[in-house]
Design a protein around this ligand. Sequence first.
Ligand code: PLP
Length: 367
Amino acid sequence: MKIPLLDLRLQYNSIKDEISAALDRVLNAQRFVLGEEVEHLEGEIARYCDTSYGVGVASGTDALILSLKALGIKEKDEVITTPLSFIATAEAISSVGAIPVFVDIDKRTYNIDPALIEEKITKKTKAIMPVHIYGQCADMDPILELARRDNLTVIEDCAQAIGASYKDRKAGTMGDTGGVSFFPSKNLGAFGDGGMVVTNDKKIAEKINILRVHGSSERYRHEILGHNSRLDNLQAAVLAVKLKSLDKWIKMRQELALLYEDLLSGTAVTTPFVPEYNTHTYHLYVVGTPRRDELLKHLLSSGIETRVYYPIPIHLQECYSYLGYKKGDLPIAEWASENTLAIPIYPGLKKEGARIVADCIKEFFKK
Ligand SMILES: Cc1ncc(COP(=O)(O)O)c(C=O)c1O
């Protein structure tokens, strides 16, 4: 039996008719870029994330880029972030001309280690961009405390963590802005690219509204240089339908995570650690073992899809060689990139499927 890492068809089949009706509505209206569907979704996502505003943009990456721009981060500013993330996090920082400064991660949560941030703060530091990796929030209070002390802005990379919460606060509500991704594989995924900035700051929301349409608040009048970064109505209509099921789907992921936790306890793999202050949404279920590469081969050869998030930490990526980091500089992130892998988790994965995955892992360690 083959078990994919993610199967979106199961989710789709459960809401197919509603999705078709929503797509039909947009096709009949023949209004595709921004407009009613996007405005409706912005309101719904803001409500879901407990923020005052949501601004739909073309991708999660753009949500971060436009946040940085709206918050005034510019060339040569330093932005502190994590090396264990998708490249988009650092790429967003670089694309406004700023310099990503990488701080190592907490070995248990894989999130940025707040205790290591202070020593990296310089006169040039203007912002911190924590990533809520794999679906659970970074330890935000000490990060916010440092930011307050040094007057830094905080941009939460919530791409993997819509719906997650930290001490009863939702991801995206704690910093100045949160960047959400609707990439199809995300817990709330569109049928293509899409993203949203969530914020409680009216001025920032207004600025991003302008930045996403070529720096314009009035047709053919351009106050600032902007971007073409708009969410389209087809994606918004799909996302509004899916959003209604998001909590149910997150719950299904959490139930599978509990089952994995139970089935894998006492085995040689480490399972995700969730501090008591966090509610994990299990975008990814990442396990650890020093025999990672062998386990990966064993799972793949047994028909179980698995993937490494991320095999090269960002500070060691070729595109960042100019920053001068070398192997050994951020040992925990490097350890994670060599010793962890993600196993299948998605709404619709049957308990039986999770048992097969766990049995396959157990069988490997018996060898
Ligand atoms: C942590 C993280 N940040 C940013 C992004 C970028 O999002 P998008 O692919 O929607 O541009 C992703 C998505 O892959 C991500 O996982």
